[in-house]
Design a protein around this ligand. Structure first.
Ligand code: NAP
Ligand code: FE
Length: 370
């Protein structure tokens, strides 16, 4: 007999008039909002103008914090959280890619808890519920709008750590594919590769469920269909498919977490400046090859690839190919990359569990300077 649970506490409004349809939920959240964005994307995409027009109409006061940088630093979120507390903020609206959305979650938690930066990861120190969070994505990738993860860069700038709490699910997310239309093609592709990584890594996770696998297979099929033709430009229909798929895959990882391409990619992002999606996709071939070494991995990969109408071998060549990460690292640089991610919790989260020596093997195979 089949059985499964389904937990999705965030209300997702998808489509052109998403903000309009969810306005009631914003109106109920309070009288003073903090809008959290990056430097330009919220404005360029048109999302900020739509949100502020709605807040004006609802008579809600707001302040804009546009200081979020890519891979948001924990300390910045701590400072912004304090500012939110001092301004008696009632709720937080994140507008942007995964960086502003993840930052909004952490800021909402810090606003409610006057604690040290590192204590945000400690469930016993975070005694108060985070302020209500709303999310308006402008990329189609991380799926942060559909999960409770906030991935933060630790002081020093070389490691990431994930905040995950029952109160960091957005109350509602407004997924409007047209907000992605201003993304350069390179950002559209990289963020789509991130969403594909979520789908594939989630599908293989031992924690996957009937629902999460269906969600992951759907998302992967949509994304592969759109990106495998390597279009020169992404039209509105393609953006719609990518946005929906990214949101669905973002929910799938709320069930399962991610597999080893994610931590391996974090080092490339933080040390070498490779965007998150491309950094994960660089290891998609390894994820497939190592997991094919065990029976469960082989079976799940065959099932996953069949569900999207392709073969594991095709994915193993295509994904790192489009990620196109070229680096030439010395042995000691590789050792530094590995040390920074060796303690990540993702390794048991696939049928094949990588050893530290195998992480070295993978980095050397791609990046060792000849
Ligand atoms: P991002 O870091 O939010 O943004 C990347 C770049 O794209 C920025 O320069 C941004 O500009 C720009 N941009 C975003 N939307 C745009 C638009 N519509 N038009 C023009 N430019 C736009 O990218 P991301 O890949 O979405 O997020 C990556 C972050 O999410 C990482 O920190 C990663 O660890 C995290 N992540 C979270 C989850 C999760 O489940 N919560 C999952 C995977 C990854 P601005 O700087 O002006 O905003
Ligand atoms: Fe990701």
């Amino acid at each position: 007999m089949l059985f499964a649970d389904f937990n999705m506490p965030t209300r997702i409004f998808f489509g052109e008039d998403a903000l309009e349809r969810g306005a009631d939920l914003i109106a109920k959240a309070g009288r003073r909002a903090l809008i959290v964005t990056g430097k330009t994307s919220a404005k360029k995409s048109g999302a900020e103008a739509e949100v502020t027009a709605l807040l004006d109409r609802l008579g809600i006061n707001f302040t804009i914090y546009d200081g979020v940088t890519e891979n948001p630093p924990l300390l910045d979120c701590h400072a912004a959280g304090r500012m939110a507390r001092e301004q008696n903020t009632d709720f937080v609206i994140g507008i942007g890619g995964g960086s502003p959305l993840d930052a909004a979650k952490a800021i909402a938690a810090f606003a409610a808890n006057d604690i040290l930066p590192e204590d945000i990861f400690n469930d016993d120190k975070r005694t108060e519920r985070a302020l209500p969070i709303f999310a308006v994505p402008t990329t189609a990738g991380t799926g942060s709008e559909a999960n409770n993860y906030s991935i933060l860069t630790l002081p020093g700038g070389l490691q990431k750590k994930t905040l995950k709490s029952p109160d960091t699910w957005p109350v509602a997310s407004f997924v409007v594919p047209k907000f992605g239309a201003t993304m350069p093609n390179s950002v559209t592709l990289s963020t789509a590769l991130d969403a594909f990584a979520h789908a594939m890594e989630s599908y293989l996770s031992p924690r996957s469920t009937l629902f999460s696998r269906k969600a992951a297979a759907f998302a992967a099929r949509e994304i592969f269909d759109v990106i495998s033709a390597l279009p020169d430009a992404y039209d509105a229909a393609m953006r719609e498919r990518l946005s929906l798929a990214a949101t669905v895959a973002g929910w799938a990882i709320s069930v399962t977490g991610t597999g080893f391409p994610h931590p391996l990619g974090y080092s490339l992002t933080l040390m070498d400046g490779i965007p998150h999606g491309r950094a994960c996709a660089a290891f998609a071939g390894d994820f497939i090859t190592y997991n094919e070494r065990c029976e469960t991995g082989r079976a799940l990969l065959a099932e996953f690839a069949a569900a999207i109408g392709t073969k594991p071998r095709v994915l193993a060549a295509f994904l790192p190919g489009v990620a196109n990460v070229e680096l030439a690292l010395s042995e000691s640089e590789i050792a530094r990359h590995v040390e920074l991610i060796a303690e990540a919790k993702n390794y048991p989260n696939s049928p094949y569990v990588l050893s530290k020596e195998e992480i070295f093997e993978i980095y050397r195979s791609h990046f060792l300077k000849k």
